[in-house]
Design a protein around this ligand. Sequence first.
Ligand code: GCB
Length: 616
Amino acid sequence: MKKLLIILVCICVTALAYAQDSLIANINARKSLSLNGRWQYIVDPYETGFYDYRYKELNEKAGDAYWNTDVPKDKTEKKEHGYIDKYSLEVPGDWNHQKTEFLYYEGTIWYKKSFDFHAVDNATKYFLYFGAVNYRADVYLNGKKLGFHIGGFTPFNFEIPASLLKEKGNFLVVKVDNKRGADEVPTLNTDWWNYGGITRDVKLVELPHSFIQDYMIQLKKPVAGKAPAIKPEVSGWVKMRNANAGETITITIPELKFKKQFVATADTTQLNFILPKLQLWSPENPKLYRVIVSTANEKIEDKIGFRTIEALGKHVLLNGKPIFMRGISIHGEIPQDVRRAVGEQDALQLLNQARELGCNMVRLAHYPHDEAMTRLADSLGILVWSEIPVYWTINFGSQAVLNKAKAQLQEMIARDHNRASIIIWSVGNETPISQTRTDFMHSLITRAKELDPTRMVSAALEVNYASLKNVNVVDDPLGQFVDLVAFNEYLGWYGGLPDQCRKTSWSTPYNKPLFVSETGAEGKWGFHADSLTRFDEEFQEWYYKEQVAMLKRMPDNFVGISPWVLNDFRSPKRNNPLYQEGWNRKGLYDDKGHKKKAFYILNAWYNEIKNKAQTN
Ligand code: GCB
């Protein structure tokens, strides 16, 4: 009996969790009520609103559970929790920057929002959508648990039974917990600040009973080395929920006078069709077309660019032509406000800074950034590397951890698989070599390719410094599974001085393109001494001079770099009291937007590459 009870409890808990493949794509094109704005909160470091005094999860109906009403039935009832305006936070937004007392807070905060909502009928479907909550979210509506989600940078949604919605005074509560954990993704140790909170948009989405959940409309993977045909071929799919048998799905691209109908087969309907002659998407011409996916009940609009991307031998080919990636790594942080980046304005700030540097590519490190970033990259023509936070020493031996990483991978790809700008899915960063690690990472690569066969898959790898004299080799066994061999190197910052670059070269045994996914040195803006003095601008400038000279001698499979990093960023690991004060100072801009001397070195090289490409 006891066993049966345990099994039942397990089934219930699993049923409540978020189903990875239920994500509703292109959320901004859906009818919805925004739940952004002020939310009241309770800080709960001991999780008193969740566990009883024996540390067991409280019963759903328990009066002292923080997901239940804070209004006493009568004057005799004792309530030890309450939501009032005096304690409120802005959503979306991390909590750390909103109150000085939260600057270093990691733990649980309960968020509560009241709203009115008129549910149309029982056939209509309602979902609560979260752009991201860092790290774990437990979601309750009117005292009922809708589910929980793990992972701080990807979207998720829960269906709301229509009967649960009230015309007045819905009581929505989200328990947000950003405690770091050894078996989490990322794990305990990262070189960035763990901003907590409901960090992206919240919406109540209204959909017809039978609705378009997701679709992928991209050019077919190219035949090795071939440019797309004049009339290129699309291969994709539309995923419906509760599709009616024989339902018609229509794809329309007005500018191309293109319209084609498909009969919905199962949940997922395959699409294969030839487009008329069109302008391909590229950084030089970031052409996006209005694409409409419709059924009898729904019409969803998107803006999609068409291009092909592949790694072939020594090159990365965009639309069949080799490209060189003039990149920069970026954290999703607005340093002048010391907060997580969210929304279009923030995306514009970060991508404009990258453009000023002369970039045609960005590495969005080390986790999926806000959707506004990848959408803006599409319209500005900036190539994107998008990554999941499998960073450093994840617990590679654990199946549960692998599942968490896979869930984030799936959500990242589901949200963005129609973005032309994204050319690389990255499954991690600087993971220490072992067979267990390689199996873990290989499994992620395989999954990424199943989910999206049209893009490259990579990871920032470690370098073998102990091999040949002065030749550093990127021979991480993961190299055999990635499309692009990417590595991080800090020659002259971690170990030695920048002049080491003069006698160093790089190689890989894999017959694949080679990419430097990080290189950088610290320099505090405004601190000037000489080039041998750590943390001054001159040291960082010298570092970049030596690096650029070395990179000019790279082998012919060298396809680009994304140095570390665009802006100084907050990191609790950086504790030099004079130069760091909790900031990693490897930015080419400081935290106030000032350009450092090293900025101009990289900028000059990027301009040189750009000009050379134009004259060729
Ligand atoms: C790295 C990491 C990056 C760090 C950087 C550094 O290799 O990938 O997350 O911030 O080095 O500054 O040390």
